[in-house]
Write a protein that binds this ligand. Structure first.
Ligand SMILES: Nc1ncnc2c1ncn2[C@@H]1O[C@H](COP(=O)(O)OP(=O)(O)OP(=O)(O)O)[C@@H](O)[C@H]1O
Ligand SMILES: [Mg+2]
Length: 210
């Protein structure tokens, strides 16, 4: 209970925001108490939520909260929510580089760090660097888990191919992967994507495992 799941990557555009919102909508639909905090000061998700609410003429009451924060404020926000004990999952969509002190701190305050990556050379190289940046955190936080989430994977790509591509990383990889999907470009902050069901379940079992 009260677990912090952070999406972190050294590089932009790897799928942190898309995966964070898809995980949040799915966990909420499964009955978990969720809050999503975005530290990207563009506040894309908060804005999209407002637009969706307006279009649907819906009200906020039955939905999970999406809150804005920033790299400096995020740790105190997490601590406040942890003390309140009203959420099962505090999901953080980060935007800063893993070379920044604040992002390293975020890693230390997380139960699970998810690093999304595609299989392109460029993304793989930066993911390798991301894992290296975050490795020292294990010394300070022995219960920390870091996992790679393969993103934008063609539906015919086999898991063996993915593991081979990610072999060099020496990090745990999710069993389920995020397919490449046009519709993800127009994700909802309210309705879950069915493709995320197996991923969300895997993440829950991972973060809840002792
Ligand atoms: N599985 C996917 N299938 C198709 N498009 C995707 C997928 N995942 C992400 N995208 C697209 O890739 C782009 C970057 O994704 P996203 O904004 O989630 O990355 P990010 O890591 O949050 O980037 P930033 O660091 O800039 O915040 C977006 O246009 C998004 O729609
Ligand atoms: Mg983002």
């Amino acid at each position: 209970m009260n677990k912090v799941i952070s999406f972190i990557s050294r590089k932009g555009g790897t799928g942190k925001t898309t995966s964070a919102i898809n995980l949040a909508t799915m966990l909420h639909s499964l009955g978990h108490r969720v809050v999503l905090i975005e530290t990207d000061t563009n506040y894309t998700l908060s804005t999209l939520r407002q637009m969706e609410l307006y279009e649907a003429r819906a009200n906020n009451n039955a939905l999970f909260k999406i809150l804005g924060s920033d790299d400096q404020k995020i740790i105190s926000d997490i601590e406040t929510f942890k003390q309140q004990q009203v959420y099962d999952y505090i999901i953080v969509d980060s935007a800063g580089k893993t070379t920044n002190k604040d992002i390293k701190m975020l890693c230390l305050h997380s139960d699970l760090v998810i690093i999304p990556t595609s299989l392109t050379q460029n993304d793989l190289l930066v993911t390798y660097q991301t894992v290296e940046d975050l490795k020292p955190a294990f010394k300070h936080s022995k219960d920390l888990k870091i996992i790679i989430l393969p993103n934008r994977i063609h539906s015919l790509t086999k898991h063996k191919t993915i593991s081979k591509a990610l072999d060099e990383l020496q990090a745990q990889i999710t069993e389920h992967m995020v397919p490449s999907k046009n519709a993800f470009a127009n994700f909802s902050t309210i309705l879950p994507e069915k493709e995320f069901l197996s991923i969300a379940k895997e993440i829950v079992s991972l973060v809840e495992a002792e």
